[in-house]
Design a protein around this ligand. Sequence first.
Ligand code: BES
Ligand code: MG
Ligand code: ZN
Length: 493
Amino acid sequence: MSRLNTLRNENISINNVNSEYLLVGFNSEEKSNSTISELDTRLKNNISTILGMENFDGEFGKNLLIYGDKTLKRIGVYGLGKTEKFTTSAARNLGAMIMKKANSLKIASISIDTFSMKLESDEHLQAFCEGLSLGSYEFNEYKSEVKDANTVSEVEFLNCNNPAILDKAKKLIEGVMLARDVSNHPPNFATPAYLADQAELLNNYPNMSVEIIDVSRFEELGLGAFYGVARGSHRPAKLILIQYKNAGNENPFALVGKGLTFDSGGISLKPGAKMDEMKFDMCGSATVLGVMKAIGELQPKLNIVGAIGATENMPGGFAQLPGDIVKAYNGKTIEILNTDAEGRLVLADVLSYVVDKFKPVAMLDFATLTGAVLIALGHKATGIMGNDEGLIKEVKKASDLTSERVWELPLWDEYAKDIKSSIADVKNLGNDRTAGTIAAGVFLKEFVGDTPWVHMDIAGTAWGVKEPAYQPAVGATGVAVRLVYQLLENRLK
Ligand code: BES
Ligand code: MG
Ligand code: ZN
């Protein structure tokens, strides 16, 4: 796993730069800019000649590689497009595009001209840095020999006016990287015990404490729905609780993650095709770990609880059976009609446990919960549902600011009828195969009480997303880590 090590600010003029690769920008309204002119003078009109020859018009993403001299070896001129379209989202994308190009040139360090790249607002600078780091992510841990590994480890910014942003972006992205790494490990490595170990590592941060509850205690604690899923597996399930306290006695904000380290479907076994992808059924828990890591790094003045239900869903001899009835932590009974609708069972207990023990002011959950959300939204948006307009608005606002797209589905009472069971309080399946994502949503709603809550179905966005450039070519995205951190930060204001 190579990492971008340094983002550094340098107060030197563009004229004095020594660089393997200097990046400058050019928007489509500009005929030239002062950076280009200064470089042009230094390189004896080389730049303006080449820009003219190539009819360079500053269209977004277009770029030219120009060779300089002994000290300033290469210059990358990047089009930024129209000024009004150069949003933070474009800046993030640009950061990733530049990083891919720089890595393909096999160089170790690059320099960014903050001024001509139009990175003067904190928001643009942060998004650009996010793109640099995310765009250089790779997961090589299981290759004996790595060909074409990324080479860039240092980025210097010329004259950026808020260097603290560089540090902030780097720390935030550490959280996304952790979420991606944890998700990408294979299921024989990333077991429930491994997720618990990853949580324990967060103990090293100030204000953080971690508690792990082993499956052997689930029945005595009343976690009957979670236990029903866990009992078919030989790898012991864990309820993972991470507490971050940096705001006195305020009630915390809660984050809950589905951590199915493998979902075979259980006795309602899944078909074989692509079953390997069910190693990603713990991506919701990775989001929680990633956000908690970013929180540990950045130490915001908040109280936060992260909770993860970690288990496999396996068809062992002791596995739960279709037809079983289990009792959840809040006392509701659930008829199991399909053991593959397991995520909502695990969450039923974790959500109601968190509500009872921590009395959160609000709660989000992240879960690769339904294949149906892929049918509805594809890989382009997370499906969200909730019981509180205000919290849904907060999620949408953070989504706008981070370009992690969400789309709301309704949890109307009409849908709640679909999960009534004839012999228990609820069943873990809707009535037919329609509105599958909402059926899961109304099911979860039974377990959150009055707590303001939003459910995020990330089954389409947690992996298999290939665009834009800051998304990985293969594997997990670390979805929602940036969104959630932004939401929490908005709460501080
Ligand atoms: N983890 C799956 C959902 C999933 C499927 C995510 C494919 C990503 C890709 C979940 O546990 C599941 O199996 N859901 C079932 C629910 C059904 C049995 C009501 C589904 O979506 O098919
Ligand atoms: Mg399943
Ligand atoms: Zn699942």
